[in-house]
Design a protein around this ligand. Structure first.
Ligand SMILES: NC(=O)C1=CN([C@@H]2O[C@H](COP(=O)(O)OP(=O)(O)OC[C@H]3O[C@@H](n4cnc5c(N)ncnc54)[C@H](OP(=O)(O)O)[C@@H]3O)[C@@H](O)[C@H]2O)C=CC1
Ligand SMILES: O=C(O)CCC(=O)C(=O)O
Length: 411
C-alpha cells in the first residue's frame, strides 16, 4: 500500500473513533497547498540537469506549518503528501504550536558534488521562498539533507526577505541553530523507548537492539542506547549490514563509518545479509531509514517484541495488523520520532527570542515533552481501547480538529 493510502487509512480510522463530522474529516484530509517546481542547475561539467522539487503544506490550524526537506531518488508527490500529513498529527501529539508540511527533491545526493547540492538547494529556495517563512512554513532537515542544506536555504531566503534565522531549523549553531538539535530525533526516540519499556517493567540495559539506518537518526539512537547499556546486535545502512551477538562497539562503528563511508568490512562484527536484518532475533527493532520496510512480505517473520518507529511510516497497515496479532508492541512514528521537531520548535523559539539555551535545558525540556506525550497517548488508548498508533492518531487528530473548529470557516 502506498504511503498516502496508508496514512489516509490511519487518519480515517482515528476520525471514526473520534466520531468526526464528514465535512470536517474532508477538510482535515485535503492539504492546504501542494507545490511542485522544476529545478534546473548547471552541473560541474557544464551540462544541465533538471530535478523536481515538492513542498506540501498540509495544515496550519495550530500554527506555522513545519517539516523536513528530503533529498532522495524515491521522493514522489504522494509520499511527500503522506509525510506532510504525518507532521500535522505529530506536532499535535507533542503539543507544539505548529501545523504540518514536508518537502523533497527527487535526486541522489551522493551523486552530486557539494557545489551542485548548493546550486540545487538555492534554486529550490528561489522557487518556494514566497510560500515559506518564519510564521508560515518552516523547513528542517530530513533524509539526505543536513545543517549545511538549511544554511543555504537561510542564506537564499534572506536575500529576498532580509536576515531570517527562524525560517529554517536544524541549521548550524553558528547561524542560530540550537544546541542538541542534531541529536534530538535520536534522543527523543530513546526517551520514548524508555517510557514504553518502563511501562512493561523493562529498561534499555541488557536488552538486544537491531537498528536499520545509520544516518543522523540511526547513529544517534545507537550511540545513546549503547551509553545506556543496551546491546546493539545488528545495524545496517544502504551499503550493507553488520552483526555481533555480543554487541557492536558503536563508537568504533561510528569511526569506521566516518572513515570509510560504509558499515561493510567492520572488523568488530560479521557481515550480514541486509534483507535479514528486520527479521533478526532481538528484543527491540528500530527502523531508522525508509518508509514501508515492514510489510506483508516480512511482518510474519519479525521476531522483535517491540518496534520503535524512528523512521516515518516504516510499517504499512497490513504489516501493522500482522504484527499486532503476533503481540508485537509498536511505538508509532508520529510520537517516537517527534523529538526532532520538538527541538526544532525550541530552536525557533530561541531565534525569535534572540536568546540561546544551554544544551541541558534543551534535553530536559525534550524529555518533559516526550514523557508527557506518552502519558497522553496512553490515556487515549485507555479511553478508546485502541493500539498505541490509534492512541497517537486520535490525540493528534482531536487537537487539530478542535483548533480547526474554533477558528471556523467564515470567508
Ligand atoms: N532527521 C530528522 O530530524 C528526522 C528524521 N526522521 C526520519 O528518520 C529516517 C532517517 O532520517 P535521517 O537519519 O535524518 O536520514 P539520513 O539521510 O541522515 O540517514 C538515512 C540512513 O538510512 C540509510 N539507508 C537508506 N536506505 C537504506 C536501506 N535501503 N537500508 C538500510 N539503510 C538505508 C542510509 O544509509 P547511508 O548512510 O549508507 O546513506 C543512512 O544511514 C527517515 O525516515 C526520516 O524521515 C524523522 C524525524 C526527524
Ligand atoms: O524538525 C522538523 O521541523 C521536522 C522534522 C521532520 O521532518 C520529521 O519529524 O519527520
Amino acid at each position: 500500500m502506498n504511503a498516502l493510502a496508508a496514512t489516509n487509512r490511519n487518519f480515517r480510522h482515528a476520525s471514526r473513533i473520534l466520531g468526526l463530522d464528514s465535512k470536517l474529516e474532508k477538510s482535515l484530509l485535503i492539504p492546504f497547498r501542494e507545490i511542485k517546481v522544476e529545478c534546473t542547475i548547471p552541473k560541474d561539467d557544464g551540462s544541465l540537469a533538471t530535478y523536481v522539487g515538492f513542498r506540501v503544506q498540509h495544515d496550519n490550524a495550530r500554527g506555522p506549518m513545519k517539516g523536513g526537506i528530503r533529498y532522495h531518488p524515491e521522493v514522489d508527490p504522494d509520499e511527500v503528501n503522506a509525510l506532510a500529513q504525518l507532521m500535522t498529527w505529530k506536532t499535535a501529539v507533542v503539543d507544539i504550536p505548529y501545523g504540518g508540511a514536508k518537502g523533497g527533491i527527487g535526486c541522489t545526493p551522493k551523486d552530486l558534488s557539494m557545489s551542485e547540492l548548493e546550486r540545487l538547494t538555492r534554486v529550490f529556495t528561489q522557487k518556494i521562498h514566497d510560500l515559506i517563512g518564519t510564521h508560515t512554513d518552516v523547513p528542517a532537515p530530513d533524509m539526505g539533507t543536513n545543517a549545511q542544506t538549511m544554511a543555504w536555504i537561510l542564506d537564499e531566503y534572506s536575500k529576498f526577505h532580509g536576515h531570517s534565522p527562524a525560517v529554517v531549523t536544524g541549521k548550524p549553531i553558528a547561524l542560530g541553530g540550537s544546541l542538541g538539535r542534531e541529536a534530538a530525533t535520536g534522543r527523543g526516540v530513546v526517551f520514548a523507548t524508555e517510557a514504553l519499556l518502563a511501562q512493561h517493567g523493562k529498561s534499555i540495559k541488557g536488552l538486544t537492539f537491531v537498528i536499520q539506518g545509520f544516518g543522523n537518526v540511526g547513529s544517534w539512537v545507537a550511540r545513546l542506547i549503547g551509553e545506556r547499556g543496551g546491546k546493539i546486535i545488528a545495524v545496517s545502512d544502504v551499503t550493507g549490514a553488520v552483526k555481533n551477538q555480543n554487541g557492536l562497539d558503536i563508537v568504533d562503528l561510528l569511526r569506521h563509518k566516518e572513515e570509510t563511508g560504509c558499515l561493510t568490512n567492520f572488523s568488530g562484527g560479521d557481515h550480514m545479509d541486509p534483507n535479514e536484518l528486520l527479521t533478526h532475533e532481538c528484543d527491540v527493532l528500530i527502523p531508522c531509514a525508509l518508509g514501508g520496510v515492514l510489510n506483508k512480505e516480512n511482518a510474519a517473520d519479525v521476531k522483535a517484541k517491540f518496534i520503535i518507529e524512528a523512521a516515518n511510516h516504516p510499517t504499512d497497515p497490513e504489516a501493522d495488523e500482522i504484527l499486532s496479532k503476533k503481540g508485537v508492541v509498536i511505538l508509532p512514528d508520529i510520537y517516537a520520532n517527534a523529538g526532532g521537531v520538538t527541538v526544532s520548535y525550541f530552536e525557533w523559539v530561541q531565534n525569535i527570542q534572540g536568546f540561546m539555551w544551554e544544551e541541558e535545558k534543551v534535553n530536559y525540556e525534550l524529555q518533559k515533552y516526550m514523557t508527557k506525550a506518552f502519558h497522553n497517548i496512553k490515556a487515549m488508548c485507555q479511553s478508546h481501547n485502541c493500539s498505541l498508533r490509534m492512541g497517537a492518531f486520535t490525540l493528534g487528530v482531536k487537537r487539530v480538529a478542535r483548533a480547526t473548529t474554533l477558528r471556523g470557516w467564515e470567508a
